[in-house]
Design a protein around this ligand. Structure first.
Ligand code: URA
Length: 209
């Protein structure tokens, strides 16, 4: 995978525009995020290894490919990661799931961990970290720090929107982690929100504001 991939497929760009619109309802926002997650999942898993197995179609026996190796892990950064996780699981229903609870300290903007639960064998699996917004990069860096402490080897990061600051921060802390996003926006504002962005992803997903 490339270090930073912007998925600029027309369907992704179209749906992202609808996601950004402030008039989009909570239900619409949630459905669109799930749909874009499926498309991002398609891209982030593009190079997964395959192995042939013997099967029989109604017509004839054949050798046909299936995913090889240990089940992959989707690591969702709570709470907004849930929105992307659902679409990822639609595409890879057998994946294992890790949850990482982090909140942003409003004064320092640093990520503080309050929950961590991950499957066994992270060292033998590909871990795909999901969080809709790569803003300052603090949450992504903290989540990946924790996953590496617990043995995760190969890690990729998927988001809907990134800021240039978040991309460069994550790249400098974890240069081995490729980033895949639907867009890189202009900048962060003084409250560390992405501009023009889409607002607060968690609030828009769960209707909490
Ligand atoms: N988190 C969000 O939900 N939105 C942003 O713009 C930045 C961080």
């Amino acid at each position: 995978m490339q270090d930073v991939t912007v998925v600029d497929h027309p369907l992704v760009r179209h749906k992202l525009t609808l996601i950004r619109c402030k008039e989009t309802s909570t239900a619409g926002f949630r459905r669109l995020v799930r749909e874009v997650a499926m498309l991002l999942c398609y891209e982030v898993t593009r190079d997964l290894p395959l192995e042939d197995i013997e099967i029989e179609t109604p017509i004839a026996p054949m050798r046909s490919p299936v995913l090889a190796g240990k089940k992959l892990v989707f690591a969702s950064i709570l709470r907004a990661g849930t929105g992307l996780l659902d679409g990822m699981l639609d595409m890879v229903p057998s994946a294992r799931v890790a949850h990482i609870g982090l909140y942003r300290d409003p004064d320092t903007l640093q990520a503080v961990e309050y929950y961590f639960k991950a499957p066994e064998g992270l060292d033998e699996r590909l871990t795909i970290v999901v969080d809709p917004m790569l803003a300052t990069g603090h949450s992504a860096i903290a989540a990946i720090d924790r996953l590496k402490e617990r043995g995760a080897g190969e890690i990729r990061f998927v988001c809907l929107l990134a800021s240039p600051e978040g991309v460069s921060n994550l790249r400098s802390h974890h240069p081995d982690v490729p980033i895949l996003t639907a867009a890189i926006d202009e900048r962060l504002n003084e409250h560390a929100y992405i501009v023009p962005g889409l607002g607060d992803a968690g609030d828009r997903l769960f209707g909490t504001k």
